[in-house]
Design a protein around this ligand. Structure first.
Ligand code: ATP
Ligand code: MG
Length: 435
């Protein structure tokens, strides 16, 4: 782990005097001299306190502080070839803002490996680690890049309700909410609302917002609250128009992470590769055959499954592709709003997979009112409960389609973090509701 190069603009230096504010990371008392490492958001600075040159009372207070206490230290800045920063501070003033209790629940710089659960149970302390925070600096950059790319493509940023009367992705993963005595749910996705907007002339929209899924699976890629990056666009010929926009957006954001996130990637000791374009396309049926050749039998119509997705990822990696499309899933596997491929059991759907894992699903939607109503009925859903949604289709809905990308899944794959919870400040899952 390397600490970032410190931004010295954060230290106010006047006439060689400076004040730094931060946490006491480490104190080394060597008898005649003490070294105090102080840390702030930018990195660390060494405070050097020679016993003979520093006021005895200040020396005593400073060198006996517990680790992680919060202080302001003023003093003289000197050049030093002993520190990474090339600077050190000789203290002449000390204000103690908070004394940290001990022992610490978690070391900030200790090299010992702690359980991930211990880290999550003490997340604010865990976030004092530069490498933990670097992930969230990159997540913030990722959001900026998404906004830039979507603006470039003429999309309007929208906000749809997160308390809803019906779900779109199936009943099993809905979180019920008591809504003034009526039954409501936390939104699984903005699906129904972003589609309704396609009837308005606001014909390219995007949203980045929490999505809630009562997932009963305990995996490294499922949580009950994640950030969904959704796009929806009208006037498409078919799903390939959507895929072209997505490919542009993905390349833009990954390139941006590589170029503008370099200092955080360095803290994490990670290198991000820009995927090869164009992203190759496999059909669902081709995947079933490819898996069969590798000895994995999947009945036509069944889900490829986690292991199937991984194996396809290995096959694509051999050909040098990190990012690829899997298109034309069986209609029976897809939600009611996906358009059928006329006269076939397949659909105008796609998944975007990144190194063996789905990061996005999307497709062309069914925009014809009568067909949509019969699709609902075929899926055993009651069209009555979708009335507000269906109304938007009754009076003129253009052809349209879109996608939902799990923001954390994208980040985890890009940075090879292993567990989606690494990319969420305070993750929510079956077993975790706090902190
Ligand atoms: P999977 O099959 O991997 O569980 P899904 O097909 O159920 O995902 P979709 O309904 O297609 O998920 O949601 C669109 C995207 O949202 C997914 O590709 C994924 O990136 C993200 N996503 C879905 N569910 C979760 C979850 N529980 N936790 C984190 N991200 C999720
Ligand atoms: Mg999906």
């Amino acid at each position: 782990m390397a600490f970032p190069v410190r931004d010295t603009s954060n230290i106010s230096i006047e006439d060689g005097n400076a004040t730094v504010r931060g946490w006491i990371q480490e104190i080394r008392n060597l008898g005649g001299i003490s070294f105090i490492i102080i840390r702030d958001r930018f990195g660390t600075l060494q405070v050097t306190a020679p016993k003979k040159k520093v006021d005895p009372e200040l020396f005593e207070r400073l060198t006996t502080l517990p680790r992680e206490s919060v202080v302001s230290i003023g003093g003289e800045v000197k050049g030093s070839n002993q520190t990474d920063l090339g600077l050190e501070l000789i203290p002449s003033e000390l204000a103690v803002h908070a004394i940290a209790d001990s022992p610490l629940p978690l070391g900030v710089v200790d090299k010992v490996n702690v359980e991930f659960d211990t880290r999550l149970n003490n997340r604010p302390m865990d976030l004092r680690k530069p490498e933990t925070r670097a992930v969230f600096s990159l997540k913030s950059l990722l959001c900026d890049l998404v906004a830039e790319a979507m603006r470039e493509h003429g999309f309007v940023n929208v906000h749809t309700p997160k308390m809803v009367a019906s779900g779109a992705e199936g009943g099993a993963t809905l979180f019920p909410v008591d809504y003034f005595g009526r039954k409501a749910y936390l939104a699984q996705s903005p699906q129904l609302y972003k589609q309704m907007l396609m009837s308005t002339g606001m014909d390219r929209v995007w949203e980045m917002a929490p999505a809630f899924r009562a997932e009963h699976s305990n995996t490294v890629r499922h949580v009950s609250e994640f950030i969904s990056f959704d796009g929806e666009m009208a006037w498409i010929d078919d799903q390939r128009d959507i895929m072209a926009v997505m490919e542009d957006v993905m390349q833009y954001v990954i390139k941006g992470i590589i170029e503008r996130g370099a200092e955080h990637l360095e803290v994490l000791d990670k290198e991000v590769q820009l995927p090869k374009t164009p992203y190759p396309t496999l059909t669902y049926s081709e995947c079933v055959s490819l898996l069969s050749e590798k000895g994995m039998e999947i009945a036509e119509g069944d889900d490829l499954g986690t292991e199937g997705e991984k194996l396809i990822g290995d096959i694509m990696a051999e050909k040098g592709h990190d990012m690829y499309w899997i298109v034309e899933y069986p209609t029976a596997e897809k939600p009611f709003y996906i358009m059928e491929k006329e006269g076939t059991p397949y659909s105008h759907s796609f998944d975007l997979d990144y190194r063996g894992q789905e990061i996005s699903s999307g497709g062309q939607r069914e925009h014809r009112y009568e067909v949509l109503v019969s699709r609902l009925e075929e899926k055993g859903l009651d069209p009555e409960s979708f009335t507000p949604y269906l109304e938007a289709f009754r009076y003129g809905m253009p052809p349209h389609g879109g996608w939902g990308i799990g923001l954390e899944r994208l980040l985890v794959k890009m940075l090879d973090l292993g567990n989606i919870r690494e990319a969420i400040l305070f993750p929510r899952d079956m077993h975790r509701l706090s902190p």
